[in-house]
Design a protein around this ligand. Structure first.
Ligand code: HEM
Length: 362
Protein backbone atom coordinates (compact mmCIF):
# COMPACT_ATOMS: atom_id res chain seq x y z
CA UNK A 1 0.00 0.00 0.00
CA UNK A 2 1.91 3.01 -1.20
CA UNK A 3 0.85 6.61 -1.20
CA UNK A 4 -2.01 6.83 -3.65
CA UNK A 5 -1.52 10.49 -4.49
CA UNK A 6 1.59 12.68 -4.73
CA UNK A 7 1.99 15.17 -1.88
CA UNK A 8 0.45 18.57 -2.35
CA UNK A 9 2.08 21.85 -1.38
CA UNK A 10 0.00 24.76 -0.12
CA UNK A 11 1.55 27.41 -2.38
CA UNK A 12 1.64 25.20 -5.43
CA UNK A 13 -1.95 24.06 -4.99
CA UNK A 14 -3.20 27.64 -4.73
CA UNK A 15 -0.90 28.86 -7.52
CA UNK A 16 0.29 31.60 -5.20
CA UNK A 17 3.27 32.30 -7.44
CA UNK A 18 0.81 33.57 -10.06
CA UNK A 19 -1.75 35.01 -7.69
CA UNK A 20 0.67 37.07 -5.60
CA UNK A 21 2.71 38.39 -8.48
CA UNK A 22 -0.36 39.70 -10.30
CA UNK A 23 -0.54 43.12 -8.62
CA UNK A 24 1.30 45.47 -10.93
CA UNK A 25 0.41 49.12 -10.25
CA UNK A 26 0.51 51.40 -13.29
CA UNK A 27 1.78 54.18 -11.04
CA UNK A 28 4.89 52.12 -10.30
CA UNK A 29 5.33 51.27 -13.98
CA UNK A 30 5.24 54.99 -14.79
CA UNK A 31 7.70 55.85 -12.04
CA UNK A 32 5.31 57.73 -9.74
CA UNK A 33 4.20 55.12 -7.18
CA UNK A 34 0.76 55.75 -5.62
CA UNK A 35 0.36 53.89 -2.36
CA UNK A 36 -3.37 53.13 -2.73
CA UNK A 37 -3.19 51.61 -6.18
CA UNK A 38 -2.31 48.22 -4.66
CA UNK A 39 -5.54 48.29 -2.67
CA UNK A 40 -7.46 49.28 -5.79
CA UNK A 41 -6.05 46.32 -7.72
CA UNK A 42 -6.51 43.77 -4.95
CA UNK A 43 -10.11 44.80 -4.25
CA UNK A 44 -10.97 44.37 -7.94
CA UNK A 45 -9.17 41.05 -8.13
CA UNK A 46 -11.01 39.73 -5.09
CA UNK A 47 -14.28 40.78 -6.74
CA UNK A 48 -13.40 38.87 -9.86
CA UNK A 49 -12.58 35.77 -7.79
CA UNK A 50 -15.95 35.94 -6.07
CA UNK A 51 -17.64 36.54 -9.43
CA UNK A 52 -16.03 33.32 -10.59
CA UNK A 53 -17.46 31.46 -7.61
CA UNK A 54 -20.93 32.93 -8.27
CA UNK A 55 -20.77 31.81 -11.90
CA UNK A 56 -19.77 28.33 -10.70
CA UNK A 57 -22.82 28.15 -8.40
CA UNK A 58 -25.19 29.57 -11.03
CA UNK A 59 -23.95 27.08 -13.62
CA UNK A 60 -24.81 24.16 -11.38
CA UNK A 61 -28.30 25.54 -10.70
CA UNK A 62 -28.85 26.20 -14.42
CA UNK A 63 -27.86 22.63 -15.17
CA UNK A 64 -30.49 21.28 -12.75
CA UNK A 65 -33.22 23.43 -14.25
CA UNK A 66 -32.30 22.61 -17.84
CA UNK A 67 -33.69 19.10 -17.36
CA UNK A 68 -37.19 18.45 -18.74
CA UNK A 69 -38.35 17.67 -15.28
CA UNK A 70 -36.47 19.07 -12.33
CA UNK A 71 -35.66 16.41 -9.78
CA UNK A 72 -37.41 17.57 -6.60
CA UNK A 73 -34.33 16.72 -4.56
CA UNK A 74 -32.40 19.26 -6.60
CA UNK A 75 -34.56 22.11 -5.36
CA UNK A 76 -32.91 21.68 -1.96
CA UNK A 77 -29.47 21.78 -3.57
CA UNK A 78 -30.42 24.87 -5.59
CA UNK A 79 -31.61 26.54 -2.37
CA UNK A 80 -28.25 25.81 -0.72
CA UNK A 81 -26.26 27.10 -3.67
CA UNK A 82 -28.29 30.26 -4.17
CA UNK A 83 -28.02 30.81 -0.41
CA UNK A 84 -24.27 30.70 -0.87
CA UNK A 85 -24.50 33.22 -3.71
CA UNK A 86 -26.41 35.63 -1.48
CA UNK A 87 -23.79 35.31 1.28
CA UNK A 88 -21.08 36.16 -1.25
CA UNK A 89 -23.14 39.11 -2.49
CA UNK A 90 -23.33 40.47 1.06
CA UNK A 91 -19.53 40.31 1.25
CA UNK A 92 -19.30 42.09 -2.09
CA UNK A 93 -21.43 44.94 -0.80
CA UNK A 94 -19.44 45.20 2.44
CA UNK A 95 -16.16 45.07 0.59
CA UNK A 96 -16.78 48.51 -0.92
CA UNK A 97 -16.08 49.91 2.54
CA UNK A 98 -12.48 48.72 2.29
CA UNK A 99 -12.04 50.59 -0.97
CA UNK A 100 -13.67 53.66 0.55
CA UNK A 101 -10.72 53.99 2.95
CA UNK A 102 -9.00 55.44 -0.13
CA UNK A 103 -9.78 59.15 -0.38
CA UNK A 104 -10.85 60.77 -3.67
CA UNK A 105 -7.57 62.69 -3.72
CA UNK A 106 -5.54 59.51 -3.32
CA UNK A 107 -7.51 58.01 -6.20
CA UNK A 108 -6.60 60.97 -8.41
CA UNK A 109 -2.94 60.06 -7.95
CA UNK A 110 -3.39 57.20 -10.41
CA UNK A 111 -6.89 57.39 -11.95
CA UNK A 112 -5.75 58.96 -15.21
CA UNK A 113 -3.25 56.15 -15.74
CA UNK A 114 -6.10 53.64 -16.02
CA UNK A 115 -7.98 55.05 -19.02
CA UNK A 116 -10.05 53.64 -20.67
CA UNK A 117 -10.28 50.62 -18.34
CA UNK A 118 -13.61 50.39 -16.47
CA UNK A 119 -15.85 48.01 -14.55
CA UNK A 120 -17.91 48.13 -17.75
CA UNK A 121 -15.42 45.67 -19.13
CA UNK A 122 -15.89 43.06 -16.40
CA UNK A 123 -16.91 40.09 -18.50
CA UNK A 124 -17.73 38.03 -15.44
CA UNK A 125 -20.12 40.67 -14.11
CA UNK A 126 -21.93 40.60 -17.46
CA UNK A 127 -21.87 36.83 -17.35
CA UNK A 128 -23.65 36.81 -14.00
CA UNK A 129 -26.29 39.28 -15.23
CA UNK A 130 -26.81 37.29 -18.41
CA UNK A 131 -27.04 33.91 -16.71
CA UNK A 132 -29.57 35.30 -14.26
CA UNK A 133 -31.64 36.61 -17.16
CA UNK A 134 -30.98 40.30 -17.61
CA UNK A 135 -32.02 41.15 -21.16
CA UNK A 136 -30.31 43.34 -23.74
CA UNK A 137 -27.30 43.73 -21.62
CA UNK A 138 -24.47 41.88 -23.25
CA UNK A 139 -23.12 45.08 -24.85
CA UNK A 140 -20.13 43.29 -26.24
CA UNK A 141 -18.87 46.49 -27.86
CA UNK A 142 -18.11 47.77 -24.38
CA UNK A 143 -15.77 44.90 -23.76
CA UNK A 144 -12.04 45.20 -24.34
CA UNK A 145 -11.02 44.89 -27.97
CA UNK A 146 -10.42 41.30 -29.14
CA UNK A 147 -7.26 39.81 -27.76
CA UNK A 148 -7.36 41.94 -24.59
CA UNK A 149 -10.00 39.99 -22.65
CA UNK A 150 -9.38 36.29 -22.23
CA UNK A 151 -11.01 34.72 -25.30
CA UNK A 152 -12.62 31.99 -23.22
CA UNK A 153 -14.36 34.65 -21.12
CA UNK A 154 -15.84 36.31 -24.17
CA UNK A 155 -16.89 32.96 -25.56
CA UNK A 156 -18.55 32.13 -22.25
CA UNK A 157 -20.50 35.40 -22.46
CA UNK A 158 -21.68 34.75 -26.01
CA UNK A 159 -22.71 31.23 -25.05
CA UNK A 160 -24.58 32.43 -21.97
CA UNK A 161 -26.45 34.95 -24.13
CA UNK A 162 -27.62 32.22 -26.49
CA UNK A 163 -28.64 29.71 -23.79
CA UNK A 164 -31.78 29.87 -21.63
CA UNK A 165 -31.17 32.01 -18.55
CA UNK A 166 -32.22 31.17 -15.00
CA UNK A 167 -35.23 33.44 -15.46
CA UNK A 168 -36.38 31.51 -18.53
CA UNK A 169 -35.79 28.13 -16.92
CA UNK A 170 -37.68 29.11 -13.78
CA UNK A 171 -40.55 30.36 -15.98
CA UNK A 172 -40.78 26.93 -17.63
CA UNK A 173 -40.40 25.09 -14.34
CA UNK A 174 -43.27 27.07 -12.81
CA UNK A 175 -45.41 26.41 -15.87
CA UNK A 176 -44.96 22.68 -15.37
CA UNK A 177 -46.06 22.70 -11.76
CA UNK A 178 -48.79 20.05 -11.37
CA UNK A 179 -50.39 22.08 -8.63
CA UNK A 180 -52.37 24.09 -11.19
CA UNK A 181 -54.25 21.03 -12.42
CA UNK A 182 -56.63 20.66 -9.54
CA UNK A 183 -59.67 18.57 -10.47
CA UNK A 184 -63.03 20.02 -9.61
CA UNK A 185 -61.34 22.75 -7.82
CA UNK A 186 -62.65 26.30 -8.07
CA UNK A 187 -59.69 27.88 -6.48
CA UNK A 188 -59.60 31.01 -8.54
CA UNK A 189 -63.26 31.85 -7.87
CA UNK A 190 -62.73 31.70 -4.10
CA UNK A 191 -59.42 33.49 -4.31
CA UNK A 192 -60.97 36.24 -6.42
CA UNK A 193 -63.74 36.74 -3.85
CA UNK A 194 -61.13 37.02 -1.07
CA UNK A 195 -59.07 39.58 -3.01
CA UNK A 196 -62.20 41.56 -3.95
CA UNK A 197 -63.04 41.79 -0.23
CA UNK A 198 -59.50 42.95 0.53
CA UNK A 199 -59.57 45.59 -2.21
CA UNK A 200 -63.00 46.83 -1.12
CA UNK A 201 -61.74 47.18 2.47
CA UNK A 202 -58.68 49.13 1.22
CA UNK A 203 -60.97 51.43 -0.72
CA UNK A 204 -63.17 52.09 2.30
CA UNK A 205 -60.05 52.93 4.35
CA UNK A 206 -58.95 55.51 1.79
CA UNK A 207 -62.44 57.01 1.53
CA UNK A 208 -62.80 57.32 5.29
CA UNK A 209 -59.25 58.47 6.11
CA UNK A 210 -59.71 61.85 7.86
CA UNK A 211 -56.04 62.85 7.51
CA UNK A 212 -56.16 63.01 3.70
CA UNK A 213 -56.87 66.15 1.71
CA UNK A 214 -59.27 65.67 -1.19
CA UNK A 215 -56.35 65.88 -3.64
CA UNK A 216 -54.39 63.23 -1.70
CA UNK A 217 -57.47 61.03 -1.51
CA UNK A 218 -57.84 61.24 -5.28
CA UNK A 219 -54.22 60.19 -5.81
CA UNK A 220 -54.62 57.23 -3.46
CA UNK A 221 -57.86 56.17 -5.12
CA UNK A 222 -56.18 56.27 -8.53
CA UNK A 223 -53.35 54.14 -7.15
CA UNK A 224 -55.95 51.75 -5.78
CA UNK A 225 -57.61 51.57 -9.23
CA UNK A 226 -54.25 50.57 -10.69
CA UNK A 227 -53.85 47.78 -8.14
CA UNK A 228 -57.35 46.53 -8.94
CA UNK A 229 -56.54 46.63 -12.67
CA UNK A 230 -53.33 44.66 -12.22
CA UNK A 231 -55.30 42.10 -10.25
CA UNK A 232 -57.62 41.74 -13.27
CA UNK A 233 -54.56 41.15 -15.43
CA UNK A 234 -53.43 38.44 -13.05
CA UNK A 235 -56.61 36.45 -13.54
CA UNK A 236 -57.19 37.22 -17.20
CA UNK A 237 -54.75 35.53 -19.56
CA UNK A 238 -55.27 37.78 -22.64
CA UNK A 239 -54.72 40.90 -20.50
CA UNK A 240 -51.60 39.34 -19.02
CA UNK A 241 -50.32 38.45 -22.48
CA UNK A 242 -50.90 42.00 -23.67
CA UNK A 243 -48.87 43.32 -20.71
CA UNK A 244 -46.12 40.85 -21.64
CA UNK A 245 -46.06 42.22 -25.19
CA UNK A 246 -45.89 45.75 -23.81
CA UNK A 247 -42.98 44.71 -21.62
CA UNK A 248 -44.51 45.32 -18.20
CA UNK A 249 -44.72 41.56 -17.41
CA UNK A 250 -42.11 38.99 -18.18
CA UNK A 251 -43.20 35.82 -16.38
CA UNK A 252 -45.88 33.92 -18.35
CA UNK A 253 -49.46 33.86 -17.09
CA UNK A 254 -49.31 30.24 -16.06
CA UNK A 255 -45.96 30.66 -14.33
CA UNK A 256 -47.22 33.72 -12.46
CA UNK A 257 -50.23 31.84 -11.12
CA UNK A 258 -48.03 28.93 -10.08
CA UNK A 259 -45.64 31.27 -8.27
CA UNK A 260 -48.59 32.91 -6.53
CA UNK A 261 -49.97 29.55 -5.36
CA UNK A 262 -46.56 28.57 -4.04
CA UNK A 263 -46.49 31.83 -2.05
CA UNK A 264 -50.02 31.52 -0.74
CA UNK A 265 -49.77 27.87 0.28
CA UNK A 266 -46.13 27.74 1.27
CA UNK A 267 -47.05 26.24 4.64
CA UNK A 268 -47.89 23.02 2.79
CA UNK A 269 -44.80 20.86 3.23
CA UNK A 270 -44.34 20.09 -0.44
CA UNK A 271 -44.39 23.76 -1.41
CA UNK A 272 -41.97 24.89 1.22
CA UNK A 273 -38.74 24.34 -0.72
CA UNK A 274 -40.11 25.84 -3.95
CA UNK A 275 -41.14 28.85 -1.84
CA UNK A 276 -37.64 29.20 -0.41
CA UNK A 277 -36.19 28.89 -3.89
CA UNK A 278 -38.39 31.70 -5.25
CA UNK A 279 -37.55 33.83 -2.22
CA UNK A 280 -33.84 33.34 -2.90
CA UNK A 281 -34.27 34.55 -6.48
CA UNK A 282 -35.75 37.74 -5.06
CA UNK A 283 -32.86 37.94 -2.56
CA UNK A 284 -30.24 37.56 -5.31
CA UNK A 285 -31.95 40.28 -7.37
CA UNK A 286 -32.33 42.60 -4.39
CA UNK A 287 -28.69 42.17 -3.36
CA UNK A 288 -27.58 42.85 -6.92
CA UNK A 289 -29.61 46.08 -6.89
CA UNK A 290 -28.16 46.93 -3.50
CA UNK A 291 -24.67 46.43 -4.89
CA UNK A 292 -25.45 48.66 -7.86
CA UNK A 293 -26.77 51.36 -5.56
CA UNK A 294 -23.87 51.06 -3.11
CA UNK A 295 -21.32 51.14 -5.93
CA UNK A 296 -23.04 54.23 -7.39
CA UNK A 297 -22.80 55.98 -4.00
CA UNK A 298 -19.12 55.14 -3.76
CA UNK A 299 -18.55 56.41 -7.29
CA UNK A 300 -20.32 59.66 -6.36
CA UNK A 301 -18.00 60.31 -3.43
CA UNK A 302 -14.90 59.23 -5.35
CA UNK A 303 -15.36 61.16 -8.59
CA UNK A 304 -18.35 63.44 -7.94
CA UNK A 305 -20.23 63.94 -11.18
CA UNK A 306 -17.27 63.40 -13.50
CA UNK A 307 -17.74 61.01 -16.39
CA UNK A 308 -16.48 57.45 -15.92
CA UNK A 309 -13.24 56.07 -17.31
CA UNK A 310 -15.49 53.86 -19.45
CA UNK A 311 -17.13 56.99 -20.90
CA UNK A 312 -20.56 56.79 -19.20
CA UNK A 313 -22.19 59.65 -17.28
CA UNK A 314 -20.70 58.03 -14.14
CA UNK A 315 -22.80 58.34 -10.99
CA UNK A 316 -25.99 59.25 -12.91
CA UNK A 317 -25.66 56.35 -15.30
CA UNK A 318 -25.07 53.94 -12.43
CA UNK A 319 -28.06 55.18 -10.41
CA UNK A 320 -30.22 54.54 -13.48
CA UNK A 321 -29.12 50.90 -13.61
CA UNK A 322 -30.51 50.24 -10.11
CA UNK A 323 -34.15 50.39 -11.21
CA UNK A 324 -33.63 49.43 -14.83
CA UNK A 325 -31.77 46.19 -14.33
CA UNK A 326 -34.08 44.13 -12.13
CA UNK A 327 -34.62 40.61 -13.34
CA UNK A 328 -37.28 38.99 -11.19
CA UNK A 329 -39.58 42.01 -10.91
CA UNK A 330 -42.64 39.79 -11.42
CA UNK A 331 -41.75 37.85 -8.29
CA UNK A 332 -41.40 41.07 -6.30
CA UNK A 333 -44.80 42.19 -7.59
CA UNK A 334 -46.51 39.02 -6.39
CA UNK A 335 -46.81 40.51 -2.91
CA UNK A 336 -49.50 42.83 -4.29
CA UNK A 337 -51.77 39.81 -4.56
CA UNK A 338 -51.07 38.16 -1.25
CA UNK A 339 -53.99 37.92 1.13
CA UNK A 340 -53.86 37.11 4.84
CA UNK A 341 -53.79 33.42 5.74
CA UNK A 342 -57.14 33.90 7.48
CA UNK A 343 -58.78 34.90 4.17
CA UNK A 344 -57.17 32.13 2.13
CA UNK A 345 -59.61 29.67 0.50
CA UNK A 346 -59.48 26.28 2.19
CA UNK A 347 -57.84 23.62 0.08
CA UNK A 348 -60.08 20.60 -0.55
CA UNK A 349 -58.98 17.69 1.69
CA UNK A 350 -57.90 15.64 -1.33
CA UNK A 351 -55.58 18.40 -2.51
CA UNK A 352 -54.28 18.99 0.98
CA UNK A 353 -53.49 15.30 1.25
CA UNK A 354 -51.58 15.39 -2.04
CA UNK A 355 -49.51 18.32 -0.87
CA UNK A 356 -48.51 16.85 2.48
CA UNK A 357 -45.85 14.32 3.28
CA UNK A 358 -47.63 11.08 3.97
CA UNK A 359 -46.69 7.46 4.24
CA UNK A 360 -48.90 4.95 2.46
CA UNK A 361 -50.56 2.56 4.91
CA UNK A 362 -50.21 -1.14 4.17
C1 HEM B 1 -12.74 53.98 -6.96
C2 HEM B 1 -13.53 52.98 -7.21
C3 HEM B 1 -14.47 52.91 -8.37
C4 HEM B 1 -14.91 53.89 -9.21
C5 HEM B 1 -14.60 55.38 -9.14
C6 HEM B 1 -15.78 53.26 -10.18
C7 HEM B 1 -16.42 53.94 -11.19
C8 HEM B 1 -17.27 53.37 -12.10
C9 HEM B 1 -17.97 54.09 -13.14
C10 HEM B 1 -17.93 55.58 -13.35
C11 HEM B 1 -18.68 53.19 -13.85
C12 HEM B 1 -19.60 53.45 -15.05
C13 HEM B 1 -18.91 53.02 -16.33
C14 HEM B 1 -17.82 53.99 -16.72
O1 HEM B 1 -18.11 55.04 -17.29
O2 HEM B 1 -16.66 53.67 -16.46
C15 HEM B 1 -18.44 51.90 -13.26
C16 HEM B 1 -19.00 50.73 -13.71
C17 HEM B 1 -18.77 49.50 -13.12
N1 HEM B 1 -17.95 49.23 -12.05
FE1 HEM B 1 -16.94 50.58 -10.96
N2 HEM B 1 -15.86 51.92 -9.91
C18 HEM B 1 -15.07 51.67 -8.83
C19 HEM B 1 -14.86 50.44 -8.24
C20 HEM B 1 -15.41 49.25 -8.68
C21 HEM B 1 -15.18 47.97 -8.08
C22 HEM B 1 -14.31 47.66 -6.84
C23 HEM B 1 -15.85 47.07 -8.83
C24 HEM B 1 -15.86 45.59 -8.57
C25 HEM B 1 -15.74 44.73 -9.51
C26 HEM B 1 -16.52 47.78 -9.89
C27 HEM B 1 -17.31 47.21 -10.85
C28 HEM B 1 -18.01 47.90 -11.82
C29 HEM B 1 -18.91 47.27 -12.75
C30 HEM B 1 -19.27 45.80 -12.82
C31 HEM B 1 -19.42 48.28 -13.56
C32 HEM B 1 -20.43 48.14 -14.69
C33 HEM B 1 -21.79 48.42 -14.08
C34 HEM B 1 -22.91 48.54 -15.08
O3 HEM B 1 -22.67 48.89 -16.24
O4 HEM B 1 -24.06 48.28 -14.68
N3 HEM B 1 -16.24 49.10 -9.75
N4 HEM B 1 -17.58 52.04 -12.19
Amino acid sequence: VGKPYPPVEYGEYLKLDRLLTSQLPKSVEHGRPAHDETLFIIVHQVYELWFKQIVHELDSVLEMFRQDSVDERNIGVAVTRLGRVTEIQKLLIDQLRVLETMTPLDFLDFRDLLLPASGFQSVQFRLIETKLGLKQRVALEKLPSPGRAPAEQEDALRRAASEPSLFELVDKWLERTPFLELPEYHFWASYRAAVDDMLAADRRTIEANPTLSEAERLVQLQEHERTAASFEALLDEPTHDRLMREGSRRLSHRATLAALLIHLYRDQPILHLPFRFLTLLVDVDELLSTWRYRHALMVHRMIGTKIGTGGSAGHHYLMGTVERNKIFTDLFNLSTFLIPRSALPQLPPEVERRLGYHFPRD
